[in-house]
Design a protein around this ligand. Structure first.
Ligand code: UN1
Length: 497
C-alpha cells in the first residue's frame, strides 16, 4: 500500500505506482506543515489499466452468488468496525472535520456496508401471475458492468461506501477516483476490502485530479455506470459525457438547504438545530443548513440566541476532543467562503457574527474561519441563492407558513429542508409542499440515515437516489422473465384477440 507515507494506486489487486512517476502531497487542512501522505498523480493510462482490471474481474464477480458477495461485504463491515478509530483519526488529519464526525463518517460506511451485505440475501424481484395458463413470470436484477465513481472530500469514506457497496452486491465492478484532498480514507477502505476477500479487480482505486482523469473514467465504452457527487456545474458535464452511450449517471450535486422556524417553535431546539446544521462539518455537507426562514415575531430572539451559540463554538484542530468545528478543506474553499462573506457585506446583508478568517498561533497554519451569520438577507442576494459550502448562514424572515414555503422553494436546488414548529398541521403542510428529496420536522437539515433514499430534486440530482434499496436501481437493470411450461406455442393475449 505504501512506502513510508507514499500510497499507490490499487489496480487488479496490486498496489502500483502511476505510469506518470509523479506524486502529490496531501496536507492537513488544520496544519499545513503536516503531510498526511503522498499519493499517485495518475494519468489516463492508469485509469485504462484499472478499467481493464475491473472489466476482467466482472466476468467472474457477476456470477458469484449474491449471498456470497454479501458475506464478503459483511466481513468488510466487521473489519471497519475494528479499524474505526484509526480510520477516523486519519480522516480528521486529511479532511479537518472533528474526530466525532469522522467517527460518524466511518460509521456511516459501516452501516451502509452491513446494509448492502444483507441485500445479498434479498435483491428482491417479483413473481406475478401470467395472463396465460402454464406460464410463469418474474423479474430479476441484472448488473451492468464496470462502474466509475468520482467522490467528494466532505464524506471521504461514507460516500465512497454508498456507491461501492450497492454496486458490488449487485455484481458490478468498480473504479473509484477519490477527491484529491481525501485519498487516504479511500485507500484505507481499499486495504480493508483487499484483506477481507474482495477479489482482485473487483474494486480499483486511481488517485489524481478529476480534471485529468474524468474523461477516461467516463468515456471508456466498458464503463456502464458513472456515479458522481460534487458541484452541479461538474455534474452537468458528467451527465452530458454519459449521454451519447446512455450510461447510467447518478448525480448528487449542489444544495441550498433551508430550515424554517415558525413562531410556535421550541426556539431553543431550533437554535441547536441551526447551529448543528449550519456549522457541523464546517458547513461542508451537501445537506448543510445554508438558509433560515424565521417568523418575524421570533427572529430577533432566534438570531441573538444563535449568534451567542455560534460565538461559543470552539474552532480548531479536530483531533482535540474539545474542538467543535474544524477548518475549511483547503485554501481554495477558504477563499470561496471569504469571498462570499465579502459579497454578503456588499449586498448589504447584516453581518451578525463571524465574517472573518481566524488568525494567530495555530490558526495561521490552517484554513480556519469564524462561524458566520448574516441577517436581513433578501432573495435577490447571491448569498441567498448560491451554494457556499462553508460555515455561512443566511437568515431571512416570513410572516406565515405560505410565505415560508415559498421562500424555502426559492432555489434552483432541492436536497434537504426542515421545519421547526409545534403545529402538526403546519409540519405536514410543509412536508408536502417544500420540494426537496429529504425533509425533517423538528430536526436539522443534516443527519440522513443509510436505509432511506438520499438525494435531491431540481438541480441537485438527476432523479436517482443513493442509499437504501433505491441505490440498487442505479446499479442494476430489471430483466422480466417469462417461462412457458405449456409445451405449446402460446401467443400473448394481445396477439390472440
Ligand atoms: C453530504 O451532505 O454530503 O445526511 C452527505 C447527512 C449525512 C450525509 C451527508 N448522513 O448529513
Amino acid at each position: 500500500m505504501k512506502a513510508s507515507n507514499t500510497y499507490k494506486n490499487y489496480i487488479g489487486g496490486q498496489w502500483v505506482e502511476s505510469k506518470s512517476g509523479a506524486t502529490t502531497e496531501n496536507r492537513n487542512p488544520a496544519n499545513t506543515d503536516e503531510v498526511v501522505g503522498v499519493f499517485q498523480k495518475s494519468t489516463a493510462e492508469d485509469v485504462q489499466a484499472a478499467i481493464d482490471a475491473a472489466a476482467e474481474a466482472y466476468k467472474k464477480w457477476r456470477l458469484v452468488p449474491a449471498p456470497k458477495r454479501g458475506e464478503i461485504l459483511y466481513n468488510v463491515a466487521a473489519r471497519l468496525v475494528a479499524e474505526k478509530e484509526r480510520c477516523a483519526r486519519e480522516m480528521t488529519r486529511e479532511m479537518g472535520k472533528i474526530i466525532d464526525e469522522t467517527r460518524g463518517d466511518v460509521q456511516e460506511a459501516i452501516d451502509m456496508t452491513f446494509y448492502m451485505a444483507g441485500e445479498g440475501r434479498r435483491l428482491f424481484g417479483v413473481t406475478t401471475p401470467s395472463e396465460l395458463a402454464n406460464k410463469f413470470n418474474m423479474t430479476v436484477r441484472q448488473p451492468l458492468g464496470v462502474c466509475s465513481f468520482i467522490t467528494p472530500w466532505n464524506f471521504p469514506m461514507a460516500i465512497p461506501a454508498w456507491k461501492i457497496m450497492p454496486a458490488l452486491v449487485c455484481g458490478n465492478t468498480v473504479v473509484i477516483k477519490p477527491a484529491t484532498d481525501t485519498p487516504l480514507s479511500v485507500a484505507n477502505l481499499m486495504k480493508v476490502m483487499e484483506e477481507e476477500g474482495v477479489p482482485p479487480g473487483v474494486v480499483n482505486m486511481v488517485t489524481g485530479s478529476g480534471g485529468a482523469l474524468g474523461d477516461s473514467l467516463i468515456g471508456d465504452d466498458r464503463v456502464r455506470v458513472v456515479s458522481f457527487t460534487g458541484s452541479t456545474e461538474v455534474g452537468r458535464k458528467v451527465s452530458m459525457a454519459c449521454a451519447p452511450k446512455f450510461k447510467h449517471s447518478c448525480l448528487e450535486m449542489g444544495g441550498k438547504n433551508v430550515q424554517i422556524v415558525m413562531d410556535d417553535a421550541d426556539l431553543g431546539l431550533a437554535v441547536e438545530g441551526a447551529l448543528w446544521g449550519a456549522f457541523g462539518t464546517t458547513g461542508q455537507r451537501c445537506t448543510a443548513t445554508s438558509r433560515i426562514v424565521c417568523h418575524h415575531d421570533v427572529v430577533d430572539k432566534f438570531i441573538s440566541m444563535l449568534a451567542k451559540r455560534a460565538e461559543s463554538l470552539n474552532v480548531g484542530n479536530g483531533l482535540e476532543e474539545s474542538v467543535q468545528m474544524g477548518p475549511c478543506i483547503n485554501q481554495g474553499q477558504l477563499d470561496t467562503v471569504l469571498n462570499y462573506i465579502e459579497i454578503g457585506k456588499k449586498e448589504s446583508a447584516r453581518l451578525v457574527t463571524g465574517g472573518e478568517k481566524l488568525t494567530g498561533g495555530a490558526y495561521d497554519k490552517g484554513f480556519f474561519v469564524k462561524p458566520t451569520i448574516f441577517a436581513e438577507v433578501t432573495r435577490d442576494m447571491r448569498i441567498w441563492k448560491e451554494e457556499i459550502f462553508g460555515p455561512v448562514l443566511s437568515v431571512t424572515t416570513c410572516s406565515n407558513l405560505d410565505e415560508a414555503i415559498e421562500l424555502a422553494n426559492d432555489t434552483i436546488y432541492g436536497l434537504s429542508a426542515s421545519i421547526y414548529t409545534r403545529d402538526v398541521n403546519k409540519a405536514y403542510t410543509a412536508m408536502r409542499d417544500v420540494y426537496t428529496g429529504i425533509f425533517y420536522v423538528n430536526a436539522p437539515t443534516i443527519g440522513a440515515e443509510t436505509h432511506l433514499p438520499f438525494g435531491g430534486v431540481k438541480e441537485t440530482g438527476n432523479g436517482h437516489r443513493e442509499a437504501a434499496t433505491a441505490a440498487l436501481d442505479v446499479f442494476s437493470e430489471w430483466k422480466s422473465v417469462y417461462v412457458d411450461f405449456s409445451g405449446a406455442l402460446q401467443r400473448a393475449q394481445i396477439d390472440t384477440e
